[in-house]
Write a protein that binds this ligand. Structure first.
Ligand SMILES: *[C@@H]1O[C@H](CO)[C@@H](O)[C@H](O)[C@H]1NC(C)=O
Ligand SMILES: *[C@@H]1O[C@H](CO)[C@@H](O)[C@H](O)[C@H]1NC(C)=O
Ligand SMILES: *[C@@H]1O[C@H](CO)[C@@H](O)[C@H](O)[C@H]1NC(C)=O
Ligand SMILES: *[C@@H]1O[C@H](CO)[C@@H](O)[C@H](O)[C@H]1NC(C)=O
Ligand SMILES: CC(=O)N[C@H]1CO[C@H](CO)[C@@H](O)[C@@H]1O
Length: 734
């Protein structure tokens, strides 16, 4: 836990602050964003600000205006987003700012909705996003080390951050230019890396801060979870509760950049919930202890479309957000927090113009009273007891408080809001099938080795997966030949030889002479895959084919860019007459990606030369199979989803748009046992876990804007084997 620092010499602080403010004033006479210990000061006015995270690529531009309006209507002042470098520069020097990656459009729409913007440029985003938002090519620049004092990294980072800042300045998007951006973040939760890596990390952290300051963005920079953020950067808190937090200087405001509305879901964990009562309690506790900016992470979580999820992260990024994945308000969460925001707004000047007096009212109960000489009186009554309700007497009046709750008295007499008393109406959401399962499926089966394709190449030994794919696909084939002298006989004392394979992750599908030997995968905790099985070989040439599979790149950890993927060995065949043969020491034939990807199946379904089959010959429960069909859009505007529970694992495209990775095989069922709830007063699994022992995710969001009225092309690649005739289209309704 952070301990408040003693304030340094007041004179020094004051002159620093003056310097900071005056440098803004050179740029713009009228609009300013400054701060003091009580809060941000926007155009001269000190504010309590409510903020919510909405990551632009996790929804579609067509959804943005409605999401932003719902955020504004819900009482938010700010929308907060990361900038996703690998979405914008998938190939070095080739930039993409269209569609879901149209950052400027998103920021302008936020302004039109009446919201400010916090832009977390990073460029490290974490965010359960593929590779923490670093482009895969970055890793392969010679001498590269991420997020540490390393010249190649610092050069690329500075180039990128400068490009973004220049773009936003050119569009006049900073508040001081008349735009909505009031805060910008450099780096992201770096403190942890510093503790792990020491001096070189510390040097880089300070370099990043000073590089950012040098960009003259004219609004404050923040660094979350960075107690040593150099002045004038504001260090901010990320946690389930942040009332304990103090910034590193007493003239900086107390701000909470990530108030987790729940927690991320992986393939293999159940959906996680955070009770809205607890969320509201945490926000009030923060504000009554001097907090002035709170950001819900996530306000709208959305979807990890395409292949944008971090390693093993589910495609739904719902996050139990205030607005659900499909863009519908999660009630009563949305309503309960809207009321909180409204009440606090009525108290804003009173809270900002005074320090609270703390009046103990019991062992776990207290009042905090804001009563400035300028007038007004606001009281917060707290019952921090997690289990027992209480009656409190405060200034001669009685108040009943539920356990783990805070009441707001905007006139110090009338309790108009309590964090645990929910008056907003709960709404049930339904998924309604549209015309039952989809019909008229056709199938196309992939080959079972690299030799089935023309786009192969030979290399001696085993090569790292990402080095070859550069993350342009999840799949990489490794194929080699094993010659067994027929004259020796090949029964080896009546025993088949043992094939041993180690893969660094994430998935490994093994074929010997085109016969499937096993479909294996790791997990977030243990991405490595081990295969060890006796296999039947024949006299002469045998073919061993390994399909290595990525399930998103890691987004967190110390130097995660150094983590490898794919079959790196050992690969051995033991129990031969000669003993053990080391297959790592011979030629391998490689093939990047799937044959179906080369044929353009995801985008067009392929041309007339692709031999799709249908009817009784439709392949079912067969690994490495492509499926396609067409469907008409259901009438109306309800959000849509595909129900994938009869399938196992793979990828989905609709009209060429990547719906995402799906994984509904039993191995990706919600395993609740290692996931206790840790939400303060709600140490209770009933409150935040559901769906244990069911697939982590069965519904996959298909944005309306991707559809035409009729003839929409749905393509699915099934890696393990499934039955497409069970796939159905659903409407989500309230
Ligand atoms: C930022 O401002 C300083 C001081 O005015 C100036 O020297 C520097 O060139 C500016 N940098 C940028 C990127 O505008
Ligand atoms: C609080 O007081 C009311 C009215 O006197 C009573 O009905 C209620 O049971 C009391 N609650 C608690 C927790 O003591
Ligand atoms: C391995 O591959 C290289 C390059 O294709 C080739 O020159 C060499 O002859 C191969 N070695 C064997 C043992 O097949
Ligand atoms: C179909 O596509 C393949 C691969 O892209 C190409 O080689 C072939 O010429 C195409 N055939 C027709 C009939 O367009
Ligand atoms: C900055 C950062 O890494 N934030 C992460 C904090 O944890 C949440 C919860 O998983 C992530 O979503 C954030 O990206």
């Amino acid at each position: 836990m952070y301990r408040k620092m003693l304030s340094p010499a007041a004179a020094k602080v004051f002159s620093l602050l003056l310097l900071f403010i005056s440098s803004w004033e050179i740029c713009s006479v009228k609009s300013t964003v400054t701060y003091d210990r009580k809060g941000l000061i926007i155009n001269g006015q000190r504010r309590i600000l409510f903020s919510g995270s909405i990551h632009y690529p996790r929804s579609t531009p067509e959804m943005w205006p409605d999401l932003l309006k719902k955020a504004k209507d819900g009482g938010l002042d700010i929308v907060d987003t990361y900038v996703f470098w690998n979405g914008h520069e998938p190939t070095r020097g080739k930039f993409y700012f269209e569609g879901r990656y149209d950052l400027v459009r998103f920021i302008k729409l936020a302004q039109q909705a009446g919201l400010y913007v916090t832009l977390r440029i990073g460029p490290y985003a974490c965010a359960e996003w593929n590779f923490g938002a670093f482009p895969a090519w970055l890793k392969f620049i010679p001498g590269m080390e991420f997020r540490i004092d390393n010249q190649p990294f610092e050069l690329e980072m500075q180039k990128w951050v400068t490009k973004i800042v220049d773009m936003l300045k050119a569009e006049k998007l900073f508040e001081t230019q008349g735009g909505p951006i009031i805060l910008s973040q450099i780096e992201n939760e770096f403190e942890l890396v510093e503790w792990n890596l020491g001096d070189r990390a510390r040097v880089y952290g300070q370099w990043a801060a000073h590089m950012a300051i040098g960009l003259n963005i004219t609004v404050p920079w923040i660094m979350c979870k960075q107690a040593n953020a150099p002045d004038p950067i504001i260090d901010t808190c990320n946690d389930f509760y942040c009332d304990w937090f103090s910034p590193n200087k007493d003239y900086k405001p107390k701000m909470w950049t990530e108030n987790w509305t729940a927690w991320v879901q992986q393939f293999g964990t159940p959906p996680l919930y955070r009770p809205h009562e607890d969320l509201a309690y945490s926000v009030l506790k923060f504000i009554q202890t001097g907090g002035s900016m709170n950001n819900y992470y996530m306000y709208h979580g959305g979807t990890n479309f395409d292949r944008t999820n971090g390693a093993f992260v589910a495609t739904s990024y719902d996050y139990d957000g205030v607005i659900d994945e499909y863009g519908l308000p999660s009630e009563p969460k949305w309503g309960h927090l809207s009321e909180l925001h409204k009440v606090i707004k009525t108290c804003e000047p009173t809270i900002l113009n005074s320090e609270p007096t703390v009046i103990p009212l019991g062992p776990h109960q207290e009042a905090r009273v804001f009563n400035p000489p300028t007038g007004g009186c606001v009281a917060f009554l707290s019952n921090h007891d997690p289990n027992l309700p209480v009656n409190l007497t405060f200034w001669n009046l009685q108040y009943e408080l539920p356990p783990w709750s805070i009441s707001v008295l905007p006139d110090c007499r009338t309790a108009v809001y309590n964090s645990a008393i929910v008056t907003a109406r709960k709404t049930e959401k339904k998924m309604i099938p549209f015309q039952g399962a989809l019909q008229n499926w056709e199938s196309y089966s992939e080959g079972t080795s690299s030799s089935d394709s023309s786009k192969t190449f030979v290399k001696y030994g085993l090569t790292e997966h990402l080095f070859l794919t550069r993350d342009t696909t999840d799949y990489l084939w490794y194929t080699t030949e094993v010659f067994i002298d027929p004259s020796e006989g090949f029964l080896y004392n009546g025993q088949d030889p043992l094939l041993n394979i180690m893969s660094a992750g994430h998935g490994l599908n093994v074929y010997v002479n085109d016969q499937l030997q096993g479909l294996h995968h790791g997990s977030l905790e243990t991405p490595q895959v081990t295969f060890s099985k006796k296999v039947k070989l024949r006299g002469g040439v045998n073919k061993i084919s390994l399909q290595s599979v990525a399930v998103g790149l890691p987004n967190i950890g110390t130097q995660f860019e150094k983590w490898n993927l794919g079959v790196l060995g050992p690969v051995t065949l033991s129990g031969l007459n000669e003993g053990t043969r080391d297959l790592a020491k011979q030629n391998w034939t490689y093939k990047i990606g799937l044959e179906g990807e080369d044929l353009g199946l995801p985008f067009t379904g392929g041309n007339s030369s692709v031999q799709w089959v249908q009817g009784p010959t439709l392949a079912k429960n067969w690994p490495g199979t492509w499926y396609k069909t067409t469907f008409d859009a259901p009438e109306g505007n309800d959000p849509l989803a595909l129900d994938m529970r009869t399938m196992s694992k793979g990828l989905i495209w609709v009209n060429g748009h990547g719906v995402g990775r799906y994984w509904s095989a039993s191995i990706a069922y919600g395993n609740c046992s290692p996931h206790p709830c840790y939400y303060g007063g709600f140490m209770n699994n009933q409150k935040c876990l559901s769906g244990c022992g069911k697939p982590s995710q069965i519904w996959y969001h298909v944005p309306r804007s991707w559809l035409k009225p009729t003839g929409n092309l749905l393509v699915v690649f099934e890696e393990w084997g499934g039955d497409p005739t069970g796939i159905s289209l659903l409407r989500r309704t309230i």
